[in-house]
Design a protein around this ligand. Structure first.
Ligand SMILES: N[C@@H](CCC(=O)N[C@@H](CS)C(=O)NCC(=O)O)C(=O)O
Length: 277
């Protein structure tokens, strides 16, 4: 691991690293917040944050204003990049495909399959690296925004034994039924739609009876709400099986980090409760 940046903040530390990932076969960046309380004798629980389209590991750490509350609660935060990057990594001119738009899936189609293995990177490689190198415990929760909200829901639902709770802001809840998801899944997974379902939160929820506590915040002034995000589909799927989903429609809020920063403390408190149970 190579340390790229380090700053003291709220008594703890902000750190940014790059490392050679065997899963995506290339360099990956991630940001970490470690509260002052974290030590080898007293490892702290971790919240993984997955960002949305066009983001790097830096959008959340610079814009969400999460560190004051995380410091107070004694929670570490890990924010990975949203895809592999570099000249030798496949890309597309559009903002919603390729670099910055990994969709947290394991691609099976050329030219994406070689590097775009973000599902395995987030579920397997990154937590192992974090737990081996930082004073954190194996109590994990997962959260994200938009494409990253989709990632958090899918990864949490498919790996309930590995996480304590899931939360999302403005998640793409039903990617197999929206333009962003259909475009990305066609490219990364191919045209057999059966293979898409393992990466669709609504499909996964319909399939499961007992899942983790889930908190979702959605602004009703979000431009992407009706065409791309479809939170009512998630509520319907959760209700079918009595899953523990709380969806909060937030009047007047849009899709931006102004919305996220307004409610991030509440998400941290929600995760803290589950992480400490
Ligand atoms: N603004 C973009 C859409 C991408 C977008 O809104 N990205 C969200 C995640 S889906 C984001 O967090 N952007 C970065 C930021 O606000 O810092 C466009 O329509 O071209």
């Amino acid at each position: 691991m190579k340390l790229l940046n380090e700053s003291k903040t709220f008594g703890g530390r902000y750190l940014q690293y790059s490392h050679q990932s065997s899963t995506v076969k290339g360099d990956m960046r991630f940001s970490v917040f470690l509260p002052e309380a974290a030590s080898d004798k007293k490892p702290v629980p971790v919240l993984y944050w997955l960002s949305g389209l066009t983001c790097t590991d830096e959008n959340f750490v610079q814009k969400a204003g999460a560190f004051r509350k995380a410091a107070e609660l004694g929670i570490a935060i890990v924010a990975p990049d949203t895809s592999p990057r570099g000249d030798s990594v496949a890309n597309d001119d559009a903002y919603d495909l390729g670099q910055g738009a990994g969709f947290y899936v394991n691609a099976t189609q050329a030219p994406w399959a070689e590097h775009f293995q973000m599902y395995d990177y987030i579920v397997k490689e990154l937590p192992k690296l974090i737990e081996a190198n930082f004073p954190v415990s194996d109590r994990r929760s997962i959260a994200g925004h938009s494409m990253g909200g989709h990632g958090a829901l899918v990864i949490g639902l498919r790996n309930a034994e590995r996480y304590c709770s899931i939360s999302a802001f403005s998640p793409i809840t039903n990617p197999i039924n929206c333009p962003w998801g259909q475009k990305a899944f066609s490219a990364y997974l191919g045209e057999d739609k059966q293979t898409w379902k393992q990466y669709d939160a609504c499909e996964l929820l319909s399939d499961k009876h007992a899942v983790l506590p889930m908190l979702v915040d959605q602004g009703d002034a979000d431009n992407f709400l009706k065409e791309q995000l479809k939170p009512t589909n998630l509520v319907r799927a959760a209700n079918e099986h009595g899953s523990a989903l709380e969806l909060r429609m937030q009047p007047g809020y849009d899709h931006s980090y102004y919305f996220i920063s307004t409610f991030i403390d509440q998400h941290l408190a929600f995760h803290h409760k589950c992480l400490m149970d």
